[in-house]
Every structure is written in structure tokens, then in C-alpha cells.
Design a binder for this molecule. Structure first.
Ligand code: HEM
Length: 497
């Protein structure tokens, strides 16, 4: 019964929106005619293949513990399963409290979606953060609540304000030395963490998270948070920040997919999420206010290029809220993403001696002396290291993919897809498909070098997304990974081996 009703609703929605395309026929341009022909011949949305929903709980049961076959903690595997079972397009429909998820594994179609998305793309992300920003603390966030979980004009306005300082290579370069300092300290700590077999502790990823938090604190808050200090007391500020960051990040998937009931009833998980977010705002405000005081005490004559990222934002804005909210967004999405990527890189470097030696030889040429330090021109020359990073992101991307909510009806893979459907582009799968990447099963950083002969579909491996909404922190992410890996190899071969 539920299925029939759902089908009717979808059909009605499809019909009502499909009529909006009719005027295109009379417009008569070859592109319009092509689009309309596509619509006429395309199959109905209900025919998109995918797992059959159960009555009432739809497909949500598939993500429940014990009975569900899909593990929320392993969404990469879920993406592979759906691809293997259903092919280049698969629908995970009838999910409690949320729109259908439509997985697209066709790089040409992914390109088509990105190319038509306009200047305010809609990425469906973190509804719990949306609720927090728009309702729970709506008054604080106001009209421009940041970039994460924000859409349309408010997103565009906020992104326009912060885009230049955050992505300008000139600003990013200023952080080479601070990130090198944090990384040197962390690599020294890694020596102390090793056991007698030179192995890292089982919870090493937790330590990497602390490094990531320390780096992002330096960038987004202009502060050394002290997260890397050994034996942090339980109630110390850095430990509380680490706990809050882990809680806020790790529970998003649980809140979104496994226990979406917080939308109707405030669960314990939800209440704790809110109190963690409140703590984050408090921390951001404290450090940004300190930065503002420092900026006030700087001589007026200081050139903009000498200012830090936070100071540049504060200097251009009368209200420090932009800096508070930017810091919050950068911290929320910039810790787990980079930490998991770095864990993956370290594992690949450790288990691939040939590639490790190539990186070592490259670094030896660029940093020949034991006391050498990094700078922008040296990092520029590390082409193999950069290719290695790209290859790890292609084969083992820890961000499984990107998403978009369709803003208008579209034909994708021969099906009419109604506006409002959430598309998922699993880069972890498309980046490993032979038709898009030559010798895709081989780990070959060389494929990313200029002189390489192999083929890579430009939309198959997009770890940072694409278009105007592409990862805002990508330049910092690249910098942090390059600096950290270069220093691990440099210190290992100069001081440890
Ligand atoms: C290897 C590490 C990272 C990966 C793979 C990654 C990936 C992504 C992806 C796929 C998106 C969505 C892009 C789109 O919609 O087209 C995104 C958005 C974003 N990322 Fe990253 N990211 C990483 C690190 C970081 C870091 C370190 C920061 C902060 C310094 C950051 C900040 C952001 C922000 C703020 C957004 C939202 C942009 C917007 O909606 O306007 N990311 N990231």
C-alpha cells in the first residue's frame, strides 16, 4: 500500500514538474530539442533498479544493526554492493525521514550533472547540522550561517566572502612553516608512541586526529591548541575539544541514517550532539576574539599580505561572526576527512617500498641537508609525492564520494529523475573502473604525471568534489598532507633509519 502511495506521489511529482519542460520544445534550439527527445524516450523513475523496500520501514532496515546487510560504518562497501548488483545507476529508496538516494556510477552522466548545476549547487549534507544551525541556534547563525549545510543565496553570499582568502595560494603558503612545526612535533611524538616492534598503538588514528585538530586550529583559529601534548588531563581544554570533535564527527552518520528519529523526538544522542556543537562555538568565539584583539594592536600600516587567514577575514568584516562561523565549518569538516586520508597515505607508504623509495629519492634531491626546512618552491618540486597522494585518493579515497540534490528534473542514465532526489557520486567506485582509468587495479602514481600515457576520465576520481561548491579546504588539505608525508620520510631517513 505504502509503495503504491509512494509511487503515486512520485508519479504526480514527476508529471507536475515534467510539464515545465514542454515550453523548451517550442524554443527549438538543437540542445533543447535534444533534451526534450531525451525526456520523451527516457524510462520512468520508478523503473530505476535498486533494493526492494519493506512496508513502513522502507529500506532503512538495511542499515539497522544485526538485521541490516548495509554497514553505516562502511559506506564504501555499500556503494560497491549496489554497483555490482544494479549497475551504473541504483536507487536506495523509501528511507525513513529522508529523500531517496540515487547512486550514479557513470562518469559521463556525473559530468552532465555537474555541468548543469549553476552557481548555487545543492549538496545534501548533515541534516542534523542544518537543524542545529537553522533552528536550535538559529538566532546565533542568523542570515548567513556558513557553507556547510547551507544552500541557495545564503550559501553563495557566505562562500563569496570567504572563498578568496581561504583558497588564495598566497595565504595558504603562509602556513607551510606553522604546519611543518606542528608536524615535526607530532613526528617526534610518534617516536615515543612506538612499541618494541616499531609499531604504532592500535588507536593511532586518534593521535592523527589530534595532529589534524592542531593544524586546523592554527589555520582557522590562529592558535596552537595544545592537542599534541602527551598525557593531557581529562578535563583540559584540548582534551575536551578532541572529545567534542570526535563526537560531532563520528555520530553524524548514526544520526542521519541509523537513528533518524531525532527529527521527531530529541534522543540522548541528539542532545549530546547539540551540547558538543555549543562547546565548539564557545571555543571558536574565544580564540577568534583573541585574534581580533591582536589585530587591533597591530599597526594600521600592516599590509594585507602579512595578515593571517583569520585576520584577513576580520579585517574585511565589521562583524566577527563570519570568522566564528567559518572556523566552525572548517573544523567540523576538516578533521576527520584529512585524518582518515593521512592514515590511508601512511599505510600505503609503509607497505609499498618501491614507491617509498621514489619519494625518498625525490626528497633527498630537494632537501639534501639534515637541517633543511620546507618552503613553497621546495614543495612545488615534489611532483612524485603529489602524484602519490592523488593515487591514494583515487584508489582508497576515504571520502567515498560527493552528492547533489537535483534542482530540476533530469534524465540520468536513461531514466527521468525528479527534482529533489539526492544523487551520490561514489568516487571510490568510479575511480576504480577500468573504462575510466587505464590499468585501474594497479597502484601507479606515475599516471598523474604530465608525461604519463594512460587515460583518466576527468570526472572519475574527484576526491574534493567539483564546481563552485568544491571543497573549500582543499588547498590546506593538500598542503597538510604534503608537508606531513614529506617530513615523515625526511625524518625517518635522516634520523631514524
Ligand atoms: C583529504 C581531505 C579532504 C577531502 C577528500 C575533502 C573532500 C570534500 C568534498 C568531496 C567536499 C564536497 C565538495 C562538493 O560539494 O563539490 C568538501 C567540502 C568541504 N570541505 Fe573538504 N575535504 C578534505 C579536507 C578538508 C579540510 C582540511 C577542510 C578545512 C580546512 C575542508 C573543508 C571543506 C568545507 C568547508 C567544505 C564545504 C564547502 C561548501 O559547501 O561550500 N575539507 N570536501
Amino acid at each position: 500500500m505504502k509503495n503504491i502511495r509512494q509511487f503515486q506521489i512520485q508519479t504526480m511529482r514527476w508529471r507536475s514538474t515534467a510539464t515545465a519542460h514542454t515550453p523548451h520544445v517550442s524554443a527549438g534550439s538543437p540542445e533543447d530539442l535534444e533534451v526534450n527527445n531525451e525526456f520523451i524516450t527516457a524510462k520512468h523513475y520508478s523503473e530505476v533498479p535498486g533494493p526492494m523496500p519493506w512496508p513502513i520501514i522502507g529500506n532503512t532496515w538495511r542499515m539497522l544493526p544485526v538485521i541490516g546487510p548495509y554497514q553505516i560504518s562502511d559506506l564504501a562497501n555499500v556503494s560497491y554492493i549496489l554497483y555490482k548488483q544494479y549497475g551504473k545507476i541504483a536507487k536506495l529508496g523509501n528511507l525513513v525521514g529522508r529523500p531517496d538516494l540515487l547512486f550514479v556510477y557513470d562518469a559521463d552522466e556525473i559530468e552532465k550533472v555537474y555541468r548543469q548545476e549553476g552557481d548555487t549547487p545543492f549538496r545534501p549534507s548533515m541534516p542534523c547540522l542544518v537543524k542545529y544551525k537553522s533552528q536550535v541556534r538559529g538566532q546565533f547563525f542568523g542570515r548567513l550561517p556558513g557553507v556547510v549545510g547551507v544552500h541557495g543565496e545564503p550559501w553563495r553570499e557566505f562562500r563569496t566572502k570567504v572563498q578568496k582568502p581561504v583558497l588564495q595560494p598566497q595565504t595558504v603558503k603562509k602556513y607551510i612553516q606553522p604546519i611543518e612545526e606542528v608536524s615535526d612535533y607530532f613526528i617526534k611524538r610518534m617516536q615515543e608512541m612506538k612499541n618494541e616492534n616499531s609499531e604504532m598503538p592500535a588507536d593511532f588514528d586518534n593521535e592523527i586526529h589530534k595532529w589534524a585538530l592542531e593544524c586546523i586550529g592554527r589555520v582557522a583559529l590562529d592558535a596552537r591548541l595544545g592537542c599534541l601534548r602527551p598525557d593531557l588531563p581529562k578535563n583540559s581544554e584540548p582534551q575536551k575539544i578532541i572529545n567534542a570533535a570526535k563526537y560531532a564527527l563520528r555520530n553524524v552518520a548514526l544520526l542521519e541514517l541509523k537513528y533518524p528519529f531525532w527529527r521527531y523526538l530529541p534522543s540522548t544522542l541528539w542532545k549530546k550532539y547539540v551540547s558538543n556543537m555549543d562547546y565548539f562555538i564557545e571555543i571558536c568565539m574565544k580564540y577568534i576574539d583573541d585574534a581580533m584583539l591582536r589585530l587591533k594592536n597591530k599597526p594600521q600600516s600592516v599590509n594585507e599580505s602579512e595578515l593571517s587567514l583569520v585576520e584577513r577575514i576580520l579585517a574585511n568584516e565589521s562583524d566577527p561572526k563570519t570568522a566564528y562561523i567559518l572556523a566552525l565549518d572548517l573544523i567540523l569538516v576538516g578533521i576527520d576527512t584529512i585524518s582518515m586520508a593521512v592514515c590511508s597515505m601512511l599505510y600505503q607508504i609503509a607497505t609499498r617500498p618501491e614507491e617509498q623509495e621514489k619519494i625518498h629519492q625525490e626528497i633527498l634531491k630537494i632537501l639534501p641537508n639534515k637541517n633543511d626546512k620546507l618552503d613553497a618552491s621546495k614543495l612545488e618540486k615534489m611532483v612524485y609525492l603529489k602524484a602519490f597522494i592523488k593515487e591514494v585518493l583515487r584508489m582508497y579515497s576515504t571520502v567515498i564520494g560527493n552528492g547533489r540534490t537535483l534542482q530540476k528534473d533530469m534524465v540520468i542514465c536513461g531514466y527521468k529523475i525528479p527534482k529533489g532526489i539526492q544523487l551520490v557520486f561514489p568516487t571510490i567506485v568510479t575511480g576504480n573502473m577500468e573504462e575510466y582509468v587505464t590499468d585501474c587495479k594497479q597502484f601507479k602514481p606515475e599516471r598523474w604525471l604530465k608525461q604519463s600515457s594512460g587515460y583518466i576520465h576527468p570526472y572519475a576520481s574527484l576526491p574534493y568534489g567539483h564546481g563552485p561548491r568544491m571543497c573549500l579546504g582543499r588547498r590546506f588539505a593538500d598542503l597538510e598532507m604534503q608537508v606531513f608525508l614529506a617530513k615523515v620520510i625526511f625524518i625517518y631517513y635522516n634520523y631514524i633509519k
